[in-house]
Design a protein around this ligand. Structure first.
Ligand SMILES: [Cu+2]
Length: 339
């Protein structure tokens, strides 16, 4: 009889989890093989390349003079110049808990974490209370003549059903976040901006395929740090991204496995050689955000930080203009022209 109840309860829990999954949107694609994702980048890069061709034939397009180039590069440098008051995404001394959330995903992660923490605290206190009660009430002195029963149907039903409800309650928001991050068709196929990230031992390489910008990002040595700039997190060339825009990040590696992680955005994704992983963020606050490589990738693993500067769309456009010139020595412009 008990066996039957337990079997039917298991079936009930499966049905509950299944129904929770059914309510979620159908995935458009899972982590696709590298070739498909790479094709998407090529497609994305094609459109602006075509625009560039059209511009080249238009008579209004004049090449920039050296003085104009200098002004554009200086404007881009001014946007990326370190400003201690702009740092929002970094750990603080004696900090407890997470960094402040800067994306909807991170907000969801934070609230799931808080919910699970409350749940686990209640369970732990309840179990501790039960144990204390049992030790005091049923020790040999207090209860010299113990009862001999071994089963209680009601208790077994209760201790099966309540955990099922708790687990389903945790599973629903957890799976929701996963879907939002990795099956978000809109963010992954129709983003406002695409940035490709390539992990190297031991630095990051960033590409803006649609803008034709490509540069390396290396850690800043302690001796070169600006006033108030965080040690081991500062870099020479940071990612710049517009605020309140969906930014698709495509991640791969040129050598070993790294991981691209930004705590304030709630994203962490493996940089795997031969594979193109995807994630996205939509930062809702302007400022400077730091992250780090999060997979042990060799002796300088701790020295390949990530820095993202989130700015207004106007500032971002100005940065793109200057960065194209500043990083023109890289093969980025050739890269855009090839596609
Ligand atoms: Cu690494």
């Amino acid at each position: 009889m008990n066996q039957k109840i337990i079997v039917s309860l298991r079936a009930l829990s499966l049905a509950l989890v299944a129904s929770a999954l059914v309510t979620l949107p159908t995935p458009s694609f899972a982590n696709e093989p590298a070739t498909d994702a790479a094709a998407a980048v090529t497609e994305a890069a094609k459109a602006p390349a075509a625009d560039a061709k059209a511009e080249a034939t238009a008579p209004a397009e004049k090449p920039l003079s050296d003085a104009e180039k200098k002004v554009a590069i200086e404007a881009a440098d001014a946007i990326t110049k370190f400003d201690a008051s702009a740092v929002v995404g970094a750990a603080k001394p004696w900090q407890l808990g997470f960094q402040d959330s800067a994306t909807p995903i991170k907000e969801a992660v934070q609230s799931l974490h808080d919910g699970v923490l409350i749940t686990i605290t209640i369970i732990t206190l309840f179990v501790l209370g039960l144990m204390v009660y049992i030790v005091l009430r049923f020790n040999k002195k207090a209860n010299p003549k113990p009862s001999t029963f071994t089963h209680n149907k009601l208790v077994e039903v209760i201790w099966t059903v309540i955990p099922i409800i708790i687990l389903v309650g945790i599973a629903i928001p957890s799976v929701r976040i996963h879907y939002k991050l990795y099956y978000n068709e809109n963010a992954l196929t129709n983003p406002d901006l695409t940035i490709k990230v390539v992990g190297h031992q031991w630095y990051w390489e960033y590409e803006y395929p649609e803008q034709g910008i490509k540069f390396d990002s290396n850690i800043t040595k302690d001796a070169d740090l600006a006033e108030g700039s965080p040690r081991l997190l500062e870099v020479d060339n940071a990612i710049v991204a517009p605020v309140n825009k969906v930014v698709r990040i495509q991640i791969t590696s040129a050598d070993v496995i790294h991981a691209f992680a930004i705590p304030a955005f709630g994203i962490k994704k493996g940089a795997v050689p031969g594979r193109l992983n995807e994630t996205w963020f939509e930062a809702n606050k302007e400022g400077i955000y730091y992250g780090q490589c999060s997979v042990l990738c060799g002796k300088l693993h701790g020295f390949m930080p990530v820095k993202i500067i989130v700015v207004s769309q106007e500032k971002f456009d100005a940065w793109v203009k200057g960065a194209k010139l500043k990083y023109a020595d890289n093969d980025s412009l050739k890269f855009a022209a090839l596609n």
